[in-house]
Design a protein around this ligand. Sequence first.
Ligand code: SIN
Ligand code: CO
Length: 374
Amino acid sequence: MQEQLLGGLQAAEFLDQYWQKKPLLVRQALPGFTGLLDRDAVLRLAQREDVESRLVAGAGTDWEMERGPLAKSLLRRARSTPWTVLVQGLNLILPQADALMRRFAFIPYARLDDVMVSYATPGGGVGPHFDSYDVFLIQGMGRRRWQISDDEDLTLIDGLPLRILSNFQPRQEWVLEPGDMLYLPPRYAHNGIAEGECMTYSIGFRAPSAQELGRAFLDYLHERLQIPGAYADPGLRQQDSPAEIADAMVDQVSGMVNAIRWQSADIEQFLGCYLTEPKPQVFFDPPRRPMSGPRFAAAARQGVQLDARSQLLWRAGRLYMNGESHFPAAGDIAWFIALADLRRSAGPPDSFSPAAQALLYEWYCAGYLHPETP
Ligand code: SIN
Ligand code: CO
């Protein structure tokens, strides 16, 4: 199945030859795929407060962009230029979109970001641009012409509300039909133009900048830092200028700051929490009338399923669920790993410890997972 998705390539061949290196067009990567939503459903999502969306209209050097939630009147407004509506994070709302994203499990979940859907009127698109991350563009309903270019000139037109390349020269182009897919590495120039009304699903990836990771790590340390001692100066001498910050003070503080240490375990735990932290617009729906612990345990025996919004990763025996770290007993971890990989699992084994059962119940009460519905 994966070979079809990658045009006859094994995942290892794709990773070796194409991933972050060069584009790949796959005709009928997903045979029979015509999309997950119709136009009205996409436009309804774009009106929701808890969904990230954008409206882009324009052509040439004249573009307008509006961030969601988008008012119905805005979506109904007659326009002289083609327009497109983009909805991010479809995988958080629609289990089928989460399942589509997990088809790409040959890339670690820690690198997967989200599924975006775009609806475009004839001729619509977001203009020639590049993205800073890899993307798989899957054609849903309708047809879209994709033009791409390996030009290194990535100069943008100044003063526009969106990033449009000023010197885009298409080198290759194809019209994608439903079920066709185009992979593009980061910073590869592209332009998608709807041939009629069309919808495209993009699988996007996470590639945080060093700056963002560094800041987030310092925030993480900030919450956990325990440095003993306090400033002291029993050898204090009178200064000529009492307003001067003396060398001795700078040296002492420098010693304190240089004493801040972290281990690779801190980095691992930071990363686990950082990568699974829910996005700001994500809120879980805990069950309104949760089952009791024993009733839940009986229901979970039929299997459990992660909520589409849940992020569960693991490393070195530790689980990271939606920004929180847990350390289950060694005998329980294999079941949790299978749940993390497959996002659903048959019920826990009889050997499951009471602590693991309690953790599962806690996740159920938080809305992070649900008993499998028969
Ligand atoms: C789109 O779906 O219209 C835009 C996707 C992209 O260019 O990354
Ligand atoms: Co793009």
